[in-house]
Design a protein around this ligand. Structure first.
Ligand code: SF4
Ligand code: SF4
Length: 171
């Protein structure tokens, strides 16, 4: 454990210490919308298994248990080293398919993030590859792998719902 974080999450988070979706600060495109709380909505960043303990005594963060999993809410500003893995991956996600780990645009990001609406091709290729590497690392651990399966199923459920109102392809 490092800083109350399982070693595998410490390694996964470190992949993104100096990697972001664009070479420039994408927050300038949208005034950092993904960091702004949405009033009246039960929003937050989904924590990976074992990640909640990192925030237990860290001022400015609250962890809530919800049916979707443990959600972290923040003040809308943070130290970069404290960002949870979900924020580092955003707006992408590693998903598990029968032929291995794939990189998907997080469907939950599309209403918020202009990059998510453009898709992976708009992002830094190194960032996309880092998300794949992160997914492969997590898939080697039983608990993290089960969580990736859950995330994949959530994305498929969202996709099925979206398909009732329009097109779209599974990643
Ligand atoms: S919403 Fe998208 S474009 Fe805006 S800061 Fe977040 S990741 Fe970058
Ligand atoms: S933890 Fe940091 S990066 Fe994540 S939503 Fe909060 S302010 Fe944004």
């Amino acid at each position: 454990m490092k800083n109350d974080l399982p070693d595998i999450l410490h390694t996964a988070r470190a992949i993104f210490d100096s990697l972001t979706p664009l070479a420039t600060d994408c927050g300038r495109l949208c005034a950092g919308r993904c960091c702004q709380p949405m009033e009246g909505e039960n929003t937050g960043m989904l924590l990976f298994p074992g990640e909640a303990a990192y925030y237990e005594n860290l001022p400015g963060y609250v962890v809530k248990s919800t049916p979707a999993g443990e959600l972290l809410t923040c003040s809308g500003a943070c130290n970069r080293e404290d960002r949870p893995l979900s924020c580092r991956l955003f707006p992408l996600l590693p998903v598990l398919r029968p032929d291995g780990v794939k990189v998907a645009t997080d469907l939950r990001a599309k209403p918020v993030c202009p990059l998510a609406r453009q898709g992976k091709s708009a992002l830094l290729p190194e960032f996309v590859e880092a998300v794949r590497a992160c997914g492969r690392l997590l898939a080697e651990d039983g608990e993290q792998r089960r969580f990736l399966v859950k995330l994949t199923n959530q994305q498929d459920d969202l996709k099925a719902l979206r398909d009732q109102f329009g097109g779209g392809k599974r990643v």
